[in-house]
Design a protein around this ligand. Structure first.
Ligand SMILES: Nc1nc2c(c(=O)[nH]1)N[C@H]1C(S)=C(S)[C@@H](COP(=O)(O)OP(=O)(O)OC[C@H]3O[C@@H](n4cnc5c(=O)[nH]c(N)nc54)[C@H](O)[C@@H]3O)O[C@H]1N2
Ligand SMILES: Nc1nc2c(c(=O)[nH]1)N[C@H]1C(S)=C(S)[C@@H](COP(=O)(O)OP(=O)(O)OC[C@H]3O[C@@H](n4cnc5c(=O)[nH]c(N)nc54)[C@H](O)[C@@H]3O)O[C@H]1N2
Ligand code: SF4
Ligand SMILES: [Mo]
Length: 702
């Protein structure tokens, strides 16, 4: 294994084991070991030596070989022959496809300028090479519109940044030391399963584990307590907790004095948030809020796991910011395992600028990916400048995952929009393409990865030759650049050179994270102390060097400089008329066996999920005459989709859960939950508000 293998490109090992990294958008970034026999991958496992992977993979990636060798894998380039969206294509050669795509893109530039080209990508792979290297160089060189990649995490990231300075929090590997665990707006067993053993270690030593979620998820079922909060009101709960902490004298005065900014103002703000007020806002009984706050205040090392589900509401950024203030009030940051964790990603410092080359071309306008529907349907793309005339999609499936799908589909259906999709499969998005180009999977290409749930950098080596004529994204963009006559030297770097450039970082955390070390072991821990307690001695990377309860930066951006509650867009505080018409809140968080829209087409996983369904509380089902097993229609002003009802008190009253993200074309009615979600963005970071979504549910006549 490791150093004995030659460094030639994909498909190197006829027989043996190959180390890799799970490419998916998941905090765990598992270290993979793939067994290859005669050039074919026959087994995939989690690396037993990796301290976080611990030898196991999730339900989805255990099926990664089935996904890679799937009978529906795209294996050659295709050109549309039918009408837009009809899904009829013919096989073409790579040379023909690239020459024609280059010609069409040049026409768009000549007619409308380079900003009429919009790249659209997200974290289908989180690898630096296949996710953000040659592609960025290509679009930057052209001067294409830039994409603000907001669909998932920007609200919470900004909330952390404005409070503790960077999106850096408690270390996963110390969670076993915690004496209280709050799983706050996160479905750990589904979305972040490799955190669970650390939670169990804490529990074995006596730490209660509490889940704060409107849904009694499979995670909540395993916890000691489930607190079913009204969606979008977490900041109010945190403020109510602060009220109790200060009133009961449970704060850490020394930590407050030495390491925080604005403690007096925060205390005044918390005074306004009586437990009665917090209870009325959150729908959580006063006794439960008081009890939670007192236990939190008496704990010495409470660990709060917030994840991105929490922040998909109007006030998502402020909610994360408000929660992130708690451990600085109680001084829990002092001890390893204490504090808040949203992400660990900002401890990594790969040389992103070297990969992206943001200076490669002229400056260009930026389009928020959450507003793809508007970008494709408004004459100035919704932001000023030319209409979008060409769309290049890779590492994402916006035809299924983007909000307000009716608008997105109207845009994709435009005859004058030239669409290219780089994919593994004929997805809902690929159906609208003019060209579909086959891309390699993680078993077929090189890459290098950070993690957002631990502190190990991971290398991915190709284990098998590309399936069919598939090419890595890097190579597709290299060839496309050549077809467009772009000859800049940055298009000449091969994938191994790109890895070396990514690792060329002077940041102290990256010391020891070298290509040789990665080749040897597969993964390398960042150069961080062990145990790692980032703010034990303060040293917050904020402008003041303190945890900023008071944020001058937020004040300058026009926000309340103190933690505050921002109600949902679609809630009684801001829009009572809307709530009267659409009284139920739809949460369309992922099904256990799907990863956003990935794996929906892997038969055993789709069978395990069953059919598109929704869980509705008996008290909401009864007046609507809904019983388990009946087909219901979920609708609002933006759209409708139909599912089968499951009546259960495992959701809060007023909340409906539709496990997602189904492919439209694999759903019985050809539609999914994003028919109903909106393009509105969060307070901070311009993030998506998927769960800030009011609907009605009624028996379907279909
Ligand atoms: N199996 C699987 N794993 C995944 C993914 C997947 O699709 N499938 N997706 C990956 C990605 S891209 C991401 S971003 C992460 C997301 O990881 P999580 O953030 O854990 O995922 P979600 O399921 O979106 O949301 C978590 C929980 O938040 C709850 N929630 C919704 N609104 C609120 C609220 O207002 N307050 C509170 N307290 N809770 C609320 C939901 O009911 C849900 O149970 O997971 C990653 N891991
Ligand atoms: N209603 C609702 N909508 C949601 C969510 C939700 O919870 N509810 N979750 C949201 C969240 S958190 C996120 S992060 C987004 C995620 O949305 P997306 O970024 O679209 O993620 P996926 O649905 O996993 O689709 C990724 C696609 O990339 C392709 N892909 C993977 N690797 C490669 C590669 O190397 N090359 C190429 N060319 N393609 C590749 C896969 O085949 C797959 O079709 O969805 C969001 N949408
Ligand atoms: S748990 Fe996450 S990182 Fe690990 S194999 Fe599954 S999707 Fe990949
Ligand atoms: Mo995400």
């Amino acid at each position: 294994m490791g150093t004995t293998l030659p460094l030639i490109d994909a498909g190197t090992v006829a027989t043996g084991t190959v180390r890799g990294a799970c490419p998916h958008d998941c905090p765990d970034t598992c270290a993979l070991v793939t067994t290859v026999e005669n050039g074919r991958a026959v087994r995939i496992q989690g690396d037993p030596e990796h301290p976080v992977t611990r030898g196991f993979l999730c339900a989805k990636v255990n099926r990664y070989l089935e996904r890679t060798y799937h009978h529906d894998r795209l294996t050659y380039p295709m050109r549309r022959v039918g009408r837009k969206g009809e899904g009829r294509f013919e096989r073409v050669s790579w040379d023909e496809a690239l020459a024609d795509i280059a010609r069409r893109l040049r026409e768009v530039i000549a007619g409308h300028g380079p900003e009429a080209i919009l790249p659209y990508s997200y974290a289908g792979t989180m690898g630096y090479l296949q996710g953000e290297s040659m592609d960025r160089r290509f679009f930057h060189t052209l001067g294409a519109s830039r994409l603000d990649r907001t669909i998932c995490s920007t609200a919470g990231s900004m909330g952390m940044r404005m409070t503790v300075g960077l999106n850096v929090g408690a270390d996963t590997e110390s969670v076993g030391e915690a004496d209280l665990v709050l799983l706050w707006g996160t479905n750990t067993l589904t979305a972040n399963p490799h955190l669970w053993p650390f939670v169990l270690a804490a529990r074995e030593k006596g730490a209660p584990v509490i889940c704060i979620d409107p849904i009694r998820t499979r995670t909540a079922r395993q916890c000691d307590e489930w607190i079913p909060i009204r969606p979008g009101t977490d900041a109010a709960l945190a403020l109510g907790m602060m009220h109790v902490l200060f009133a009961e004298g449970l704060q850490d005065d020394d930590y407050l004095a030495r390491h925080t900014l604005g403690a007096d103002q925060l205390r005044q703000r918390a005074a306004e948030w009586t437990v009665e007020r917090a209870a009325a806002t959150t729908g959580i009984p006063e006794t439960a809020i008081r009890s939670l706050a007192v236990r939190y205040g008496r704990a010495r090392t409470a660990f709060i796991r917030v994840n991105y589900g929490l922040q998909r509401h109007a006030g998502g950024g402020m909610a994360v910011r408000t929660i992130a203030c708690l451990p600085a009030i109680t001084g829990h940051w002092r001890r390893p395992g204490g504090g808040v964790q949203l992400s660990t990603s900002k401890n990594f410092a790969f040389n992103v600028a070297a990969l992206h080359r943001p200076d490669a071309g002229p400056p260009a306008r930026t389009i928020n990916m959450v507003r793809l529907g508007d970008a494709l349907t408004l004459p100035d793309a919704g932001v000023g400048g030319p209409p979008v005339k060409a769309l290049v999609v890779y590492n994402s499936n916006p035809g299924a995952v983007a909000p307000d799908l009716n608008a997105v589909h109207r845009g994709l259906a435009r005859e004058d929009l030239f669409t290219v999709v780089l994919e593994h499969f004929q997805t809902d998005t690929a159906d609208w393409a003019d060209y579909v180009l086959p891309a390699t999977t993680q078993l077929e290409h090189w890459d290098v990865h950070l993690a957002y749930g631990h502190h190990y950098a991971t290398l991915n080596r190709p284990a098998i030759a590309p399936v069919g004529e598939a090419l890595p994204n890097t190579e597709i963009f290299r060839r496309l650049a050549a077809a467009m006559g772009l000859t800049q030297e940055w298009f000449r770097d091969d994938d191994l050179t790109l890895i070396r450039q990514a690792l060329d970082s002077a940041h102290p955390n990256m010391r020891g994270v070298t290509f040789d070390a990665l080749l040897e072991r597969g993964w390398v821990r960042l150069n961080l102390p062990r145990p790692f307690a980032p703010y034990a001695e303060g040293n917050f990377p904020t402008p003041s060097g303190k945890c900023e309860f008071y944020s001058e930066r937020l004040a300058q951006m026009g926000f309340d400089p103190l933690p505050t509650y921002i109600p949902p867009y679609e809630g009684p505080e801001r829009d009572p008329a809307l709530v009267a018409r659409w009284p139920l809140t739809l949460i369309s968080s992922p099904a256990h066996q799907f990863l956003n829209s990935s794996f929906v087409n892997v038969d055993p996983l789709r069978r395990a999920v069953g059919q598109p369904e929704c869980v509705i509380h008996p008290d909401d089902a009864a007046p609507r005459g809904i019983r388990t097993g009946q087909r219901v229609e979920i609708r609002n002003d933006r759209g409708t989709f139909t599912v089968v009802a499951r009546v259960e008190a495992t959701v809060r009253r007023g909340v409906v859960w539709a496990p997602s993200v189904w492919w439209n074309k694999l759903s019985p009615d050809g539609r999914n939950a994003n028919q109903t979600t909106s393009q509105r963005v969060t307070d901070l970071g311009g993030g998506a508000t998927f769960y800030d979504n009011q609907v009605e549910v009624g028996l379907s006549d279909e």
